[in-house]
Design a protein around this ligand. Sequence first.
Ligand code: NAP
Length: 290
Amino acid sequence: MENNTYFCKKKMDILVFGGKGQLGQAIKQIADNYVYTFNFSDADTVDLCHPDLLEEYLSRTKFDIIFNCAAYTNVDGAEEHQEICKQLNISAPEIMAKYCKQKNKVLFHISSDYVFDGSGSTPLKEGDPTSPCNFYGMTKLEGEKAILNYNPAGFILRVSGLVSPYGKNFFLTMKDLLETKEEVSVVSTQTTKLTSAVELAKVMIRLIGKESAGTTILHFANRHPMTWYDFAVMINEHIHSKCAIRSVAEYPQKAVRPQYSVLDTSKIEDEYNISIKRIDDVINKIISQQ
Ligand SMILES: NC(=O)c1ccc[n+]([C@@H]2O[C@H](COP(=O)([O-])OP(=O)(O)OC[C@H]3O[C@@H](n4cnc5c(N)ncnc54)[C@H](OP(=O)(O)O)[C@@H]3O)[C@@H](O)[C@H]2O)c1
């Protein structure tokens, strides 16, 4: 069992929103290794699109920390379903932040590299100017601002490209295509870092007790930067399919994507003593466990 210094003082109850999502399932996977009590909530427990239901749920639920892993995450769908996207990515975190500030609770919220426009060419630091290039990114940025407005103790963790054995993600989709198709086309003009959902879950737990009075923004992603094409090639090196991988400059999608959204993770590494794995090792582990 792992624990943090904070635990020695008080046993913590963690309320996880988005319990059935990719990150929520990753937290479930490792939860038993820790001494904390986790309460996983999903859309059937409380519909986060209804502010009154969320407020009522928060007031009748015992917790010390919220892990908000719930969000509207369909980047192309967000261009069309703007209202629900705003409810989940802006209003719900705002209500959580207000409640946490009032009741002296802690909020850990997950945000995205898509708060940046992707026009740069050097890794993005927490204080760099934000300017989303699509609706999803705009709502993730507004969600951050809504939290910072109340400024509860806790963290906003910006991450990029989640990968895990759960839900829907590029890794699972590409692995399936590589195993079933003769040729796939993958974009080689967008550079990012991938983030292991399980590694992120571990980081969230390691950060418990390290929060200060207000909200701190941190970047977390696994190393090293790569294009989606590079990532497809890496997956294929692990599964040895015969599928040809063709590099393309563009892939038709409804929402614009940032061309360069590489998160600089030196703050979380240097100031919070978090060591970061290579994505290659993460993928190797997921594949060997399947
Ligand atoms: N996926 C990525 O590549 C990526 C990249 C950067 C940042 N992020 C951020 O990382 C976080 C976790 O992402 P993820 O990939 O784990 O997301 P996900 O798999 O799409 O899960 C989202 C969760 O939100 C919940 N949810 C949706 N609508 C809801 C509603 N009306 N009421 C209550 N819950 C609702 C879903 O619940 P049900 O399953 O019960 O419907 C689901 O558990 C999000 O904040 C996301 O913006 C993700």
